[in-house]
Design a protein around this ligand. Structure first.
Ligand SMILES: Nc1nc2c(ncn2[C@@H]2O[C@H](COP(=O)(O)OP(=O)(O)OP(=O)(O)O)[C@@H](O)[C@H]2O)c(=O)[nH]1
Ligand SMILES: [Mg+2]
Length: 475
């Protein structure tokens, strides 16, 4: 489905004054009906993490996810990016020819470019040039639904844009000064430096103010989210994490009968959703679906998405979903590990789920992954294969944290009964003459706290030890 990205960017929201729009809209005027046409270009560096069998494949998928049509691609191998144009001179001339022949509107680079390189390329090619991070930010902007996600994307966009703003204006001045007769001519003709400079200052100030406003708002959301997640700390929580398009939302839908948006698109999910996952026998845990990761995810974006990823950061168990049918499954897994590391989640127990085993024709990859990681399960979120085992595995881990106890609470002590019911699974309730007797399954730490707070509650019997330290470690 094609969508007008411009109409969905957070900066177009009603609470955002027009003057506060990011100065750089990668795809220019997207009010036109014709989808933008893009030539993809990339410099393949010696240490590239790209898929060598199809180096621009992921960029093409990202481009299509942004609703932009890929009309040509060009790749150059180099030891490093050239300072002026990223590409070498000869290949630059070829790019110019290809862009003209393909009637492209935009050139999208797989490498992250410095403002100077963008400027050089835009002058040479005569088209808008954007890089991979800008493209990713743009997709996020078009998908962000909640106010929280919108603010986070806008902050990341502005922070990415701010250092580039001088470059943009200098570029426009040069075109205008040279009598280019483009839309940029509106900036003025000869002697436009003054207005241009003033405009830069105005834009800079506006951006700076907006950035501090967004930071404050996001910090507030962050605090609220931490309280929210903290209040659930009594419940065992598992978080689905993984590369974008690996099948996290498909899996949560299959396991919990929810209706998370699923699509063969990159970054289909942007907001975290947490639902109750019933494991059977009266036991349930919380399960979160989270935003997908990608290699070289713009740093600013990870930073501003901290609040969204709060569930993952505080989970008791990470379910790392890997698309085993992808030729780059291994690299994808490493990219996810490195984002988890940057979020400080490396210590959380992890279960690796090799997903899409129904279409993975090469079992060698699965074997290799299985050898290098502990706790690996082969599953298919689509057909349901391996999910019984997943339920068993998660049940085991959740059990390690919980204990079945029978407690008695006086009839007059309704408050304690209510508190207990909030944090525990109540399996049975019997009304005796003096008190109510409850069979509950509860987290050990939580039970200890409750006993301290409500001495009127007596534990009649328990299946298993009541202290964490006594508990058998079945993780
Ligand atoms: N064959 C097959 N396809 C699957 C399986 N799981 C997911 N898919 C497909 O993979 C695509 C992506 O699935 P999603 O569930 O949206 O992936 P996601 O990880 O939530 O992706 P993002 O939200 O973009 O990060 C969809 O087209 C799914 O139908 C599976 O086990 N087998
Ligand atoms: Mg998803």
């Amino acid at each position: 489905m094609r969508h007008s990205i411009r109409s969905q960017t957070p900066s177009d929201h009603r609470d955002t004054p027009r003057s506060n729009r990011p100065a750089r809209d990668p795809f220019g005027d997207r009010t036109t009906k014709r989808p933008e046409r893009a030539v993809l270009a990339g410099v393949l560096l010696p240490n590239t993490k790209a898929d060598l069998t199809n180096p621009l494949g992921e960029l093409a998928a990202l481009t299509e996810s942004a609703g932009v049509q890929v009309v040509d691609t060009m790749i150059q191998k180099r030891m490093e990016l050239s300072a002026a144009y990223a590409l070498g001179k000869g290949r630059l001339a070829e790019l110019v020819e290809r862009v003209t022949a393909a009637q492209a509107d935009v050139v999208i680079f797989d490498n992250d470019l410095a403002p100077r390189q963008i400027r050089g390329l835009e002058e040479a090619v005569g088209r808008k040039v954007i890089d991979r991070s800008e493209l990713i930010l743009d997709i996020f902007a078009s998908r962000a639904k909640t106010r929280e996600a919108q603010l986070q994307v806008e902050l990341a966009q502005l922070e990415y844009t701010a250092p580039r703003i001088r470059g943009l204006w200098t570029h426009l001045e040069r075109i205008a000064g040279g009598g280019g007769g483009t839309a940029a001519g509106a900036v003025g003709g000869v002697g436009t430096r003054g207005p241009g400079e003033r405009q830069i200052e105005v834009d800079r100030r506006v951006i700076k103010e907006r950035i501090s406003f967004l930071r404050r708002e996001i910090a507030e959301i962050d605090r609220r989210k931490q309280r929210e997640v903290g209040s659930r700390s009594d419940r065992f929580t598992a978080s689905l994490v993984g590369y974008t398009n690996s099948g996290k939302s498909t899996l949560i839908n299959k396991l919990t009968n929810t209706d998370q948006f699923v699509a063969d698109l990159l970054f289909a999910t942007l907001d975290t959703k947490t639902v109750r996952w019933s494991l059977g026998e009266g036991r349930s845990v919380l399960l979160s679906d989270t935003v997908g990761f990608i290699r070289d995810l713009p740093h600013k974006l990870v930073a501003s998405f901290r609040a969204t990823l709060e569930e993952a950061i505080h989970a008791d168990l990470l379910l790392h979903v890997v698309d085993i049918s992808s030729t780059t499954a291994w690299q994808q897994m490493e990219a996810v590990d490195s984002v988890l590391l940057s979020l400080g989640c490396e210590k959380i127990p992890q279960l690796t789920l090799l997903n899409k085993c129904d279409i993975a024709d090469d079992s060698a990859m699965a074997e290799m992954l299985a050898q290098h990681r502990r706790d690996v399960l082969r599953i298919s979120a689509l057909t349901g294969e391996g999910l019984d085992e997943l339920v068993r595995e998660v049940t085991q881990r959740a059990k390690g944290d919980a204990v079945d106890v029978t407690v008695r609470i006086a009839h007059t002590d309704g408050k304690t009964v209510a508190e207990l019911a909030k944090v525990a699974d109540v399996l049975a309730r019997r009304y005796l003459s003096e008190c109510v007797e409850l069979d509950v399954r509860v987290n050990r730490a939580q039970l200890r706290q409750l006993r301290g707070r409500y001495p009127g509650m007596t534990v009649v019997s328990s299946e298993g030890p009541l202290n964490d330290t006594d508990a058998e470690d079945d993780n």
